[in-house]
Design a protein around this ligand. Structure first.
Ligand SMILES: NC(=O)c1ccc[n+]([C@@H]2O[C@H](COP(=O)([O-])OP(=O)(O)OC[C@H]3O[C@@H](n4cnc5c(N)ncnc54)[C@H](OP(=O)(O)O)[C@@H]3O)[C@@H](O)[C@H]2O)c1
Length: 305
């Protein structure tokens, strides 16, 4: 039997909770008084301590049904995805089933139980010919990853569940577990005197994880539905981003070598002139992302960088 106290609380299910974004979201909601949190991800154990955790494979409809029916969430936040952009080109079946069938399963049970599904999508649904993009621009993915992310949006829209699709780009921030984010990688490489080759022709507005977490919390608080871009405040090339990291952490600029995306010759094509216009979020959610420098200061403090 569910106690009255539990009924007053918002029940939030974070999926992909061991991932870069998932762990920050879980950490944020863990300490909120009026939230009953359940975390779920692919691994047997939670990377974050003291959270209620279940192992879940979103590809499996029965597992999704079980967790959703047992927890009865008000909100399901899906951060789980197959996020290796080049890997998606060679593992197309896996990419589709994780990135499309998974969200389809979540949307099915969100609709059945009247839960609100918040799903994370990407600027990779666009071709990068004419960014930055608003929520209303027409998608045209140029990689298999981008196609799966667009298809995930479409299955959710078609499911009749309450939903919010959040599009974001280039996540970075103080996630402690898993692969290092771009900032940590640049700092570590330059401190080790390694030469790094960075593209000059990919433009984005990198997104600080905790700004994204704030935006998601606002969407929950205000029960906003539809599509929202949540990204950073500064639009710049990856090369300029790297230079700013080197400036802030006082690292050797000579180790940063410019390269073009074409020269890198990666399996998946990348949108070049990309990035996301955040005016809607600023206006409707009072979304105020930190400046790059402020985020570096926060990361330095929290990670001892
Ligand atoms: N990172 C970026 O720059 C970026 C940019 C734009 C959009 N996004 C989107 O933002 C979201 C979060 O990205 P992220 O960087 O935090 O991703 P991430 O670090 O790769 O985390 C994804 C998490 O989902 C888990 N997962 C994978 N397959 C699963 C499955 N079948 N069932 C349950 N869990 C599964 C992963 O576990 P394993 O690690 O064990 O596979 C991992 O813990 C994704 O939707 C991504 O497409 C990310």
């Amino acid at each position: 039997m569910i106690s009255t106290e539990k009924l007053i609380k918002k029940r939030i299910l974070v999926i992909g909770s061991n991932g870069m974004l998932g762990q920050r979201l879980s950490g944020y909601f863990l300490n909120k008084e009026k939230v009953e949190l359940l975390c779920a991800s692919a691994e047997e154990e939670s990377f974050i301590e003291s959270v209620e955790y279940r192992q879940l494979d979103i590809r499996d409809k029965k597992q999704v049904k079980k967790i959703v029916r047992e927890f009865y969430p008000d909100f399901i936040i899906n951060t789980a995805a197959y996020t290796n952009v080049d890997g998606c080109e060679s593992n197309k079946e896996l990419a589709w089933v994780v990135n499309v069938t998974g969200p389809e399963n979540l949307a099915f049970y969100a609709h059945a139980l009247d839960s609100h599904l918040i799903h994370i999508s990407s600027d990779y649904i666009f071709d990068g010919e004419n960014g930055p993009y608003t929520e209303n621009d027409v998608p045209n993915p140029i990689s298999y990853y981008g196609r799966t992310k667009l298809a995930s949006e479409n299955v959710i829209k078609g499911s009749r569940c309450k939903f919010t699709i959040i599009r974001t780009n280039v996540l970075y921030g103080p996630a402690k577990f898993g692969r290092p984010d771009f900032v940590k990688w640049v700092v570590n490489s330059l401190r080790n005197n390694e030469v790094i080759r960075i593209v000059t022709d990919q433009i984005n507005n990198p997104t600080y994880l905790d700004d994204l977490v704030f935006g998601i919390a606002k969407i929950i608080e205000l029960k906003k539905e539809g599509i929202y871009n949540l990204a950073g405040k500064e639009l710049l090339s990856r090369f300029e981003f790297t230079e700013k990291i080197a400036d802030y952490f006082n690292l050797n600029h000579n180790l940063i070598k410019p390269i073009t995306t074409r020269e890198l010759n990666q399996p998946a094509k990348r949108p070049l002139k990309s990035g996301l216009v955040i005016l809607k979020a600023q206006t409707e959610l009072n979304y105020k992302p930190h400046s790059l420098e402020e985020t570096f200061r926060l990361m330095k403090k929290e990670l001892n960088l």
